[in-house]
Write a protein that binds this ligand. Structure first.
Ligand code: AHM
Ligand code: MG
Length: 335
């Protein structure tokens, strides 16, 4: 037992990536190095969050409004800059696309040799930051295709099947990093005494069905009737329980571990809903599929959606196979 515990303590993230690919190919080395940089970003953000209440100027708004029309938090900017700094020194990533930046960000010193693009949401659920509740970071890695000569990163406007790796970091009581490189889903917990992410759950599988439904019911009268009918169904049947934390990563993490469904439908004012495809829904869909779950817009697999712009949004229904299928059956009026 002691030996097993020691082995596990030595399974750091970068070692795990290499083990997964079972080769020391250039791609394996690159992905391992990229995941290592992401873990550094996660540690920096985690450290800042842990002490945010004590650090002058860490909390609150900047006074700016971002491209999405949302008020920007100081922590959003800090976390966005952390990813940029971390990847400036990587040599591997030439472009970054984030929720906080209207345009794709190029790192000239890494271009054109760095053939990877990082798509990310630096702090997701930032309304939770000021009240010391869980937030997350979401990331996705794609290989650059073509030479992007016009600097418009049009090759990013492809489906989620182009993702090489994806994951999230949950800043909760522990900081947990969950990732997949297409070989199952694995979770690592930050051990602050070591400053390392150590393997804590390997080959996570989501249950086929689960009790949780996670949705902002305050939008009830903003939804289509089909979504209201699904919620009425849940209310009338035993065995369901509602959980909604206002931060996607935490809500999804619960569903990944315990089963159920997360819903962010379109509303009358926003038919595409709120969540962005490239750095929110698609990476989470990639993870869910790897864990045996699913993600849908209600009419199409999230992984099949081709966005028309970097910040495109889609409705999102994600979680256990059976629960996602049930929501779809209401949307497609099969019940
Ligand atoms: P953000 O990236 O601007 O923080 O917005 C995304 C967040 C998700 O984490 C969360 O699931 C959702 O917005 C909550 O939205 P609402 O307050 O409309 O329920
Ligand atoms: Mg977000």
């Amino acid at each position: 037992v002691a030996e097993h515990a020691l082995d596990r303590d030595c399974t750091t993230l970068s070692r795990h990536v290499l083990q997964q690919l079972q080769s020391y190919s250039p791609e394996a080395q690159d992905l391992s190095a990229i995941m290592n940089r992401i873990s550094l970003a996660a540690k920096l953000i985690s450290r800042r969050l842990t002490r945010a209440g004590l650090v002058e100027g860490a909390l609150g708004f900047t006074g700016e409004v971002n491209v999405q029309g949302e008020s920007v938090k100081k922590m959003d900017i800090y976390a966005n800059d952390v990813f940029i700094s971390v990847f400036k020194q990587s040599g591997l990533v030439c472009r970054l696309a984030s929720e906080e930046m209207e345009e794709t960000y190029y790192i000239p010193e890494n271009c054109p040799l760095g053939r990877y693009t990082l798509l990310y949401d630096p702090i997701d659920g930032s309304s939770n930051v000021d009240i010391n509740l869980n937030v997350g970071s979401i990331f996705s890695i794609r290989q650059q295709q073509g030479n992007d000569v016009d600097g418009e990163a049009k090759d990013l406007l492809q489906s989620g099947h182009q993702q090489l790796a994806a994951g999230y970091v949950l800043y909760g009581p522990s900081t947990v990093l969950v990732y997949s490189i297409g070989r199952g889903v694995h979770a690592f917990t930050l051990d602050p005494s070591l400053g390392e992410f150590i393997l804590s759950h390997e080959k996570i599988r989501i249950p086929e069905h689960g009790p949780i439904y996670s949705v902002n019911e305050g939008n009830f009268w903003q939804w289509e009737e089909s979504i209201r009918n699904y919620i009425r169904y849940v209310h009338r049947h035993e065995g369901y329980t509602a959980r909604y934390g206002g931060a996607l990563v935490g809500d999804i993490h619960r569903i990944l571990m315990q089963g159920g469904v997360f819903l962010y439908p379109g509303t009358v004012k926003k038919p595409e809903g709120k969540l962005r495809l490239l750095y929110e829904s698609a990476p989470l869909a990639f993870l869910m599929a790897q864990a045996g779950g699913r993600a849908s817009t209600g009419k199409q697999e999230i992984l099949d959606v081709v966005p028309d712009k970097i910040h495109a949004r889609t409705p999102l229904f994600i979680g256990s196979q059976e629960d996602v299928a049930l929501v779809e059956s209401f949307i497609q009026e099969r019940v």
